[in-house]
Design a protein around this ligand. Structure first.
Ligand code: PRP
Ligand code: MG
Length: 225
């Protein structure tokens, strides 16, 4: 568990959200020295520690109270919450604030030559995905039966090598789909980066730090509009 004095923030070490997250924190006035190998960094001018981890670990670290707050994509957050609920682990959190970066969608995509005639035409097919829980929820809400295989990255390769009929993965510009001969057929979830916190009350000291940080974030985001 974290100390009662220093606020601990979990953020993505490298990947889609890490640069924007780092910039946001810097623009909020946090003096950070995030050299590559230092995974727990002290902010020198505020009582804040930054933990740099894999994005898929951020929800659990916040839900278990190891970190007080986290910055993570809604897609990763929702997938982790569904999975943890299923396993009987802590899955409660507060989504304090949506952030104005990291926008993307989770979509179903099929090879270009596939004849898509509506969602029923996906019945019985197999999808490669990093987001099996979101896929299962979508399938059950839409009364279709789909199979999945788990890939943690380079999901778009799966249809071409015969691993799956289609994919369920993140789309931002659409360039990766196009480069791999795939077309988007359904958007199943829309996501941005979000600030989340553990549902238990913070100590008074930490709450005061968090309030300051939130106020500054508000200002930074307003300035960017
Ligand atoms: C992400 C995501 C898609 C791609 C979407 O992959 O999984 O593949 O970006 O972006 P686009 O629509 O702008 O092309 P990433 O490059 O992070 O690699 P990974 O999936 O191998 O981790
Ligand atoms: Mg990818």
């Amino acid at each position: 568990m974290t100390s009662t004095k220093r606020l601990t923030i979990a953020m993505q070490k490298s990947g889609r959200l890490s640069d924007d997250t780092q910039n946001l924190l810097k623009r909020c006035g946090l003096k950070l020295n995030l050299t590559d190998r230092r995974l727990l960094a002290h902010v020198s001018n505020m009582p804040i520690d930054i933990m740099r981890v894999r994005s898929s670990d951020i929800p659990g670290l916040v839900m278990d109270g190891v970190c007080d707050i986290g910055i993570v994509g809604d897609n990763t957050l929702e997938e982790a919450a569904l999975e943890r609920k299923l396993l009987g682990n802590n899955s409660e959190y507060i989504r304090t604030k949506g952030l104005n970066f990291g926008g993307c969608r989770l979509s179903l995509a099929m090879p270009e030559e596939f004849e898509y005639t509506g969602i029923e035409s996906l019945n019985g097919l197999r999808f490669a995905t990093t987001y099996p829980q979101l896929l299962k929820r979508y399938a059950s809400e839409n009364n279709i039966d789909v199979d999945f295989c788990l890939l943690k990255g380079s999901v778009e390769v799966a249809p071409r090598v015969g691993l799956a009929d289609g994919i369920c993965d993140l789309v931002s510009t659409g360039a990766t789909l196009e480069a791999n001969g795939l077309k988007e057929v359904e958007v199943i979830y829309r996501s941005t980066a979000a600030l989340i916190q553990n549902p238990n009350p913070l100590s008074q000291d930490k709450q005061a730090i968090f309030d300051t940080l939130l106020q500054r974030m508000q200002g930074v985001m307003k300035a960017k509009e």
